[in-house]
Design a protein around this ligand. Sequence first.
Ligand SMILES: Nc1ncnc2c1ncn2[C@@H]1O[C@H](COP(=O)(O)OP(=O)(O)OP(=O)(O)O)[C@@H](O)[C@H]1O
Length: 273
Amino acid sequence: MIRLRPRESGRATREAEPLRTPGDDGAALSLESVTRSYRRGARTVAALDDVSVTVPRGSFVAVMGRSGSGKTTFLQCAAGLDRPTSGTVRIDGTDLSRIGEAALTRLRRERVGFVFQSLNLVPSLSVVENAALPLLLGGEAPGSADVRARALRVLEAVGLADRADDSPLLLSGGQQQRVAIARALVTDPAVIFADEPTGALDPVTAADVLTLLRGAVDRAGHTVVMVTHDPVAASWTDRALFIDAGRVVGVLDQPQPDGVAQAMKRLGGSARP
Ligand SMILES: Nc1ncnc2c1ncn2[C@@H]1O[C@H](COP(=O)(O)OP(=O)(O)OP(=O)(O)O)[C@@H](O)[C@H]1O
């Protein structure tokens, strides 16, 4: 079993600093002055408030903050699931505000991978069909040998090629999450967004899932943005961003569990494992 990688000792958070970059800077993901507001009665509330972040290709970033701080809103705007009220989101250089709904749907399917806390596999499909789902939704023929080969390749990467023709219902929670990671990898996306991917898993199984995500970054050059409450999960990443009241208020590079927990405490939030 692979456990936490050795790290330098934790460092203090610092103010969010030049994470912003105008235009296409070669980043996998960039948000530039992104605000997402909602009407609440007579008031307008900014769930995201002038957020500028750049995520370089081949990096693993954690997004942290207490409940209601804006993490989900960040993820939804960054992944093109929601449109910001103002500001610019670019995925792999494409400005999402400049493309229509059909192109955005295609971009999400082809350039973005998703891994959620809930194991949202399709029970009526086999493991390999689940892994191939983004390709099938993109119009590839279900019976295609190429589709199966690509899905098997990503299942191999997560150690589940031998379960390809099983129902996902026969797999453990951790194995199902590995299928979800395979599915997120199958299109070779520019960015993988993971929303509490270890939230429902025991620590050992969670470490397996984090090992896979870390490996996708280190070995295959993928880019992963992970929302998490867990300081240990955050310690697998290259950079933790702390969000409070819709703003990025701190950044911790090479985060350590202790440093992350302290930063969360300073924000007044619980850092739950
Ligand atoms: N559709 C909506 N309409 C109105 N307000 C919303 C909507 N979505 C989110 N908000 C508000 O925006 C703020 C940020 O919410 P968000 O869900 O992004 O927080 P979060 O950090 O993901 O929280 P949690 O950790 O509890 O999931 C909250 O105050 C929330 O009430």
